[in-house]
Design a binder for this molecule. Sequence first.
Ligand code: IPD
Ligand code: CA
Ligand code: CA
Length: 268
Amino acid sequence: MTTLLKPKVMVEFMKDLASEAGAIVASYFEGQFKVESKDSVPSGIDIVTDADKASERFIMDQIGKNFPTHDILTEETPTERTGAKYLWIIDPLDGTVNFSHSYPHFGISIALMQDDEIIAGVIFDPVRQEMFYASKGYGAFLNGTRIHVSENKGLFTCILGTGFPYDKAESRVNNLEEFCTVTPLAQGVRRSGSAALDLAWVACGRLDGFWELKLKPWDFSAGIVLVKEARGRVTDRHGGSMGLSSQSILATNSLIHDNLIEILSRVV
Ligand code: IPD
Ligand code: CA
Ligand code: CA
């Protein structure tokens, strides 16, 4: 029988990983790095840098050494799923476009899933030295202090985050209509360039809500447990439960959630 891992213990290991990966990413940010196009979209705007690769190599090596039987799902390296009880979900650098333009807003995101449930998540911002972390049942924290979502109720007093997929030039499912529908109704809508940090910022109340389409599991998995443990609500844009293959995400302080589901449903 597999001994179950304790989320609160695992999160400490994950904080160390994210902190060291953050130092690797920061050293590239201050120095030189190569940028390559991933060719996932014809426009070539989906890129990867030496920093993404070095951060990923470090995190994968550490998980491999400490938990050799666990599965890993990570952005830059294809891996096989063996059906292990535990799955690590990693974005070694979220906000690569920002990073490549010396725009100082990016993070490292690491989540741990047990069966079908995310039990711990860490998002580290190496520029601000902000470590966001949460483990199931133990709350969400920023640098050791408990965090909660905001208490804003009316959209006109709310600031929201969103983003646009890399295939925005090729696909009409690109969030532009949704952006135009929501923007006149909110106090402000921001496009930060890091979905992981957007979710962390919902958890600590800097944003009242966040939605995006076509994100990948590594963009949102750690953020889901953070927002939930900070007393927020996370669903897909229709109010359905989130899974690894969800095609949209809506994360809010819970008070504006149903309102945003209705507003987003105006775009078909
Ligand atoms: C991207 C960022 C961005 C979001 C994109 C993501 P990456 O991740 O999170 O904010 O709008 O959809 O793909 O490529 O920088 O890891
Ligand atoms: Ca990402
Ligand atoms: Ca990434």
